[in-house]
Design a protein around this ligand. Structure first.
Ligand code: URA
Length: 480
C-alpha cells in the first residue's frame, strides 16, 4: 500500500512536521508513503494518506528539527521522503546527527546549504518598484522574483521587519508574500504585476557602475556571487555585459587618469543619490528614522537586521560619533548597546558625561560583517560606504546642531573631517568638520577592548575618558 501525503504549498514546514510525527508515532515505514506538495501529478492508484494522530511521545534531536525546517523549502520533490527516511533511521540512532560520513545526512546538509544560499540571494537581489503614490502615508512596493527554492515563506519575515512601515509584495511564479497594513500573508499563483519603471533604477545602475572596479574584475567570482539567473530582474545588471567588455580598456584609462576621473564620477553618483534621498525625506525634522530605514544608498542594508539611527536629545550640545553598529546594535536597532557600548557607558560615567544628555550616532548606519559559522564578524566600512552614509550623518548634525562633535576612531574622523589618518596622533585636538563646526578627535572604545596588554588598555581607557570629559566641558561652556 502506498499512501500519498499531499502537503499544502503554504505552511509546508509545519505540515510536514505534523505529518512526520503522526506517521512515525504510528510506525509507518518510509516505503509505505509517497510525499508531495500538491504541485505534481497524483498517481492513479495512490491512496491519499490520512495523518494518524500522535499517540506516543516523539523525541527528535533539536538539530534535526532545525535541519528539516530548512530542507522542506528545497525544490527537490524528493525532499519530504528523504527527510522522513532519515527521521525513521534517527528513531533508533539519535547519534546519526553527528555522523558526518552518513550519506543521507550529507545529502540533507547539502540541501540545507542550498536553501540558505537561496535565502541569502533573495535578501540581496529582490528589487522593489514603487506601485503607488510616494506621498501616500503608507507607500506601496512590488517585486518580481524567481527563487531557485521555495524560499519566499521562510524569508518573508526578514522583509517584514525591514519594511515594516510600507506595504509590499514579493510575487514569484510559486508562492508570493503580501504585506499589507502590517500583516503578512502568502498566496499561491498571484499574477505578476506590471512593474513600472522606477527612478531608483537609474540610481542602482549609476551606483553599480561606480562600485564596479575594472581593475579588479573577476567574472567567475562575480557571476557566482550574483548568478546570471537573477540579472533580468535587477536594473543594475543591465550594465554588466558592457562593463565587463570594456573592463580592460577602462582599467588602463583609470590608471592613466587616476587623479581626475574618480571625483567626477563620484560627483555624479552623489547627485543621483541625493536626488533619490530627497524623494524619501523632505526635511530634517520629520520622518528621519523612517527615511533612514528605507536607505538603499549602498548594499550594506541587505545583510542588516536593523538600520541604527542616532539617539539622544534633538538639541544635544555634544554629538558623539562611532564607526558603525556592531552585532548587538544591529539586532536591537540602537547604537552602542554591545560590548563597546558598555565600555563607552562606563568611561562616560567616569568622565561625568550622562549618556542621556548626548546625541550618540555612527558614521555608518548599517552593520557590515562577514559570517563565520554562526558568528558575524565585524568588517570595517570602506571609504565609499562612509561616503554614501555621510549624507545621513550630516542630516543629523544639521538637525541637532551640536556645539561640538566627538569622533570616536578613524572612521568617524574620516566621515566628519574628510581625513581618515590614524587618530592616535590627532586625539585630544580639535579640527574643523566638513559642516564647519568643531570636531574633537578621540579613539574608539573597541580599540581599548581589543588591546590585550592590561597596562596599555588602562592607558587608552584613560585617554578616552580624558577626551570625553574635555569635549563635554567645551560643549557645556561653548568655548569654541
Ligand atoms: N561600535 C560603534 O562604533 N558603534 C556602535 O554603535 C557600536 C559599536
Amino acid at each position: 500500500m502506498t499512501g500519498h501525503v499531499i502537503l499544502p504549498r503554504i505552511g509546508t514546514a509545519a505540515a510536514w512536521r505534523d505529518a512526520a510525527r503522526g506517521f512515525l508515532s504510528a510506525g509507518v515505514p518510509p516505503e509505505a508513503l509517497r510525499w508531495s506538495d500538491g504541485t505534481g501529478a497524483t498517481g492513479l492508484f495512490d491512496t491519499p494518506a490520512e495523518v494518524p494522530a500522535v499517540t506516543r511521545e516523539i523525541r527528535v534531536p533539536r538539530s534535526f528539527a532545525g535541519l528539516a525546517q530548512t530542507v522542506v523549502w528545497h525544490s527537490d520533490p524528493a525532499r519530504f521522503d528523504l527527510l522522513y527516511r532519515f527521521l525513521w533511521r534517527l528513531r533508533d540512532r539519535p547519534a546519526l546527527m553527528q555522523d558526518r560520513g552518513d550519506p543521507g545526512l550529507a545529502q540533507l546538509r547539502r540541501m540545507e546549504k542550498a536553501v540558505r544560499r537561496c535565502q541569502h540571494k533573495m535578501k540581496a537581489f529582490v528589487r522593489f518598484r514603487e506601485m503607488g503614490d510616494p506621498s501616500d502615508a503608507r507607500r506601496s512596493f512590488a517585486a518580481w522574483f524567481e527563487p531557485t527554492h521555495h524560499t519566499v515563506e521562510p524569508t518573508a519575515d526578514f522583509f517584514a521587519r525591514r519594511f515594516a512601515d510600507m506595504d509590499w509584495r514579493i510575487v514569484t511564479p510559486d508562492v508570493s508574500a503580501v504585506f499589507e497594513g502590517g500583516a503578512l500573508r502568502f498566496s499561491v499563483d498571484l499574477p505578476r504585476a506590471d512593474l513600472p519603471e522606477d527612478a531608483s533604477e537609474t540610481l542602482w545602475i549609476t551606483y553599480f557602475r561606480n562600485i564596479f572596479n575594472p581593475a579588479r574584475l573577476k567574472v567567475k567570482a562575480m557571476t557566482s556571487e550574483m548568478p546570471k539567473k537573477y540579472w533580468h530582474n535587477m536594473p543594475e545588471a543591465a550594465a554588466i555585459p558592457e562593463l565587463i567588455a570594456g573592463a580592460p580598456a577602462r582599467a588602463r584609462e583609470m590608471a592613466e587618469a587616476a587623479p581626475t576621473l574618480p571625483p567626477l564620477r563620484m560627483e555624479r553618483v552623489q547627485e543621483a543619490a541625493e536626488a533619490q534621498a530627497a524623494r524619501h525625506w523632505e526635511g530634517p525634522q520629520e520622518g528621519f528614522a523612517a527615511a533612514l530605514s528605507g536607505c538603499r544608498r549602498c548594499p550594506l542594508h541587505a545583510g542588516a537586521t536593523h538600520v541604527v539611527p542616532g539617539e539622544g536629545p534633538s538639541a544635544a550640545r555634544l554629538m558623539i560619533v562611532g564607526e558603525q553598529p556592531g552585532d548587538q546594535e544591529d539586532l536591537q536597532g540602537r547604537p552602542f548597546v554591545g560590548p563597546a557600548g558598555q565600555l563607552f557607558d562606563a568611561v562616560a560615567q567616569a568622565a561625568g558625561v550622562a549618556r542621556e544628555a548626548v546625541y550618540l550616532t555612527n558614521a555608518v548606519k548599517h552593520f557590515k560583517y562577514v559570517t563565520r559559522g554562526k558568528r558575524r564578524i565585524h568588517q570595517r566600512p570602506t571609504v565609499g560606504e562612509v561616503h554614501h552614509c555621510r549624507w545621513w550623518l550630516e542630516a543629523e548634525i544639521a538637525r541637532v546642531r551640536p556645539r561640538v562633535v566627538l569622533a570616536l576612531g578613524a572612521t568617524a574622523a574620516l566621515a566628519l573631517t574628510g581625513d581618515g589618518k590614524g587618530v592616535m596622533a590627532r586625539r585630544g585636538q580639535i579640527e574643523t568638520g566638513r559642516h564647519g563646526g568643531p570636531v574633537m578627535i578621540s579613539l574608539h572604545p573597541s580599540h581599548v577592548l581589543r588591546t590585550p596588554d592590561a597596562a596599555a588598555k588602562a592607558e587608552l581607557r584613560a585617554l578616552l575618558q580624558q577626551d570625553l570629559a574635555a569635549a563635554w566641558k567645551i560643549a557645556e561652556a561653548a568655548l569654541v
